[in-house]
Design a protein around this ligand. Structure first.
Ligand SMILES: Cc1ncc(COP(=O)(O)O)c(C=O)c1O
Length: 452
């Protein structure tokens, strides 16, 4: 049932066009917007009464699904007690203390402390600044460069856009931030050591970059365990073990950008557990609060934490956000993690992800217009091509990917996202097998309808 009449919808759409600038803004995409009204579990309903499966957990973040009253209650209780208090210089609050301890207990064994932020971008900024700060404390200020990877996404601030290895995010925003460099693909990838990732990348490309820049100038390497917004590209089983060895060899910190993969998405609380690798810092956001309230953070190793604890007053860590360790966001985060634990959602992510991956492979392997299906836990991607030699560049509103996405939404009731001709899936961790099967059959129908 429509929540508003046709006139009201038109007025809202017009106001949106006039007054609301959207992320990745391109006005033609907002002529007839889907205007959401409410949600429940994996389902979203728009103001015209149309229901959709939220196939990407909105923006990879609504881990526990929509409409959770427990989270509304947690926020309401904390706001009634005290919504916000200062966390600078000697002040703290109970939910943030409890949440920091909880996050550390869920992550890698070498981790020590958490610095809370408001977003994934701020988390990656924090990780980069912390890496530089750390090397300054160690008497190596020349170690200040960051190595990032092609096809990775790290955020929307100037430094994190620079880290992002997707050129469309740089266009017209230059000059970019200096001392952030990207891995360069060697001329002969077949000469590289190890197994390639699903996008053909090798760990040795990171070593090449460190050597090219000079190890004495490199502070850190930043990697998404699974490249998400760049198209869902999964690593080989050996990739992060090799990257860890390379970082250790050249005294370079390893930052895991787990903004998408953190808190269960890959079937582990944090993704590098899958390969027995411990990073030095973890950037997180999104699923910490399932998007019910903005929050992010950087988890630092005990080694980095100890270095920060030991500084004299004139070398204090002058990095600050008003909302760092926000009490209400922390209360929501705590309750959200409890839901993930109580409902075994990390394990569900693994099981439902395997069902999704198996289904995609069974339905689409050998399909004349589908190449390269990948999945790890509850994150999956596939490439759809007009013919096996073509691929459209990163362009959200053109090409075959766009046509499939539109069909999926309009006919199949599934909302997903595309990057060029790559279709991405990451439904909420609470998704059930019927809902996965609906995503699968809608995907097959959409691909067939558009390509055959
Ligand atoms: C891996 C990764 N890092 C960082 C970010 C930036 O997070 P935010 O948009 O919350 O600033 C994103 C956002 O999608 C992301 O996917």
């Amino acid at each position: 049932m429509a929540v508003v009449d046709e006139n009201t919808y038109r007025n809202l759409a017009q106001k949106d066009l006039e007054h609301l600038l959207h992320p990745q803004y391109y006005a033609p995409e907002h002529q007839e917007p889907v205007i959401f009204d409410h949600g429940n579990g994996v389902w979203l309903t728009d103001v015209n009464g149309k229901k959709y499966i939220d196939g990407l957990s909105s923006l990879w973040n609504v881990a526990v699904g929509h409409g959770r009253e427990e989270l509304a209650e947690a926020a309401s209780k904390q706001i009634q007690k005290v919504a916000f208090t200062n966390n600078y210089t000697g002040f703290s609050n109970v939910p943030a203390i409890e949440l920091a301890a909880k996050v550390v207990s869920l992550t890698y064994d070498n981790m020590g402390s958490v610095y809370f932020t408001n977003s994934g971008s701020e988390s990656n900024e924090t990780s980069f600044k912390t890496a530089r700060f750390y090397w300054n404390l160690k008497g190596k200020p020349e170690k200040n460069k960051l190595i990032a990877r092609e096809r990775a996404y790290h955020g929307g601030t100037l430094a994190t856009s620079t880290m992002t290895g997707l050129p469309p995010f740089w266009k017209y925003f230059g000059p970019l931030v200096p001392n952030i460099v990207h891995t360069q693909a060697p001329e002969n990838p077949e000469d590289s050591i190890g197994e390639p990732n699903s996008d053909g990348e090798y760990a040795s490309w990171i070593e090449d970059s460190i050597l090219r820049e000079g190890p004495e100038t490199v502070a850190a390497v930043i990697c998404e365990p699974v490249k998400g917004a760049g198209g869902v590209w999964t690593p080989s089983d050996s990739y992060f073990r090799e990257v860890r060895e390379i970082c250790d060899k050249y005294e370079v910190l390893l930052i895991a950008d787990e903004v998408i993969t953190g808190f269960g998405r890959t079937g582990k609380w944090f993704a590098m557990e899958r390969w027995g690798v411990q990073p030095d810092m973890v950037s997180f956001a999104k699923a910490i609060t399932s998007g019910y309230i903005p929050m992010g953070g950087t988890i630092v190793s005990r080694d980095i934490r100890d270095a920060l604890k030991d500084v004299p007053a004139d070398a204090r860590f002058m990095h600050a956000y008003t909302n760092s360790a926000h009490p209400t966001a922390s209360a929501v985060g705590l309750r959200n993690l409890q839901i993930i634990e109580d409902e075994n959602l990390v394990q569900n992510a693994q099981e439902m992800g395997d069902r999704l991956g198996k289904g995609l492979r069974e339905m689409l392997t050998g399909h004349p217009h589908v190449t390269n299906i990948r999945q790890l836990g509850l994150i999956a991607g596939l490439s759809a091509v007009e013919d096996s030699d073509s691929n459209t560049p990163y362009e959200p509103s053109a090409g075959i990917g766009f046509a499939i996405q539109k069909h999926l939404r309009e006919e199949g009731q599934v909302i997903t996202r595309i990057v060029g001709d790559n279709l991405l899936f990451a439904p909420p961790l609470c998704v059930n097998s019927d809902e996965i099967d609906q995503i699968l059959s809608a995907t097959k129908s959409a691909i067939d309808a558009v390509t055959l």
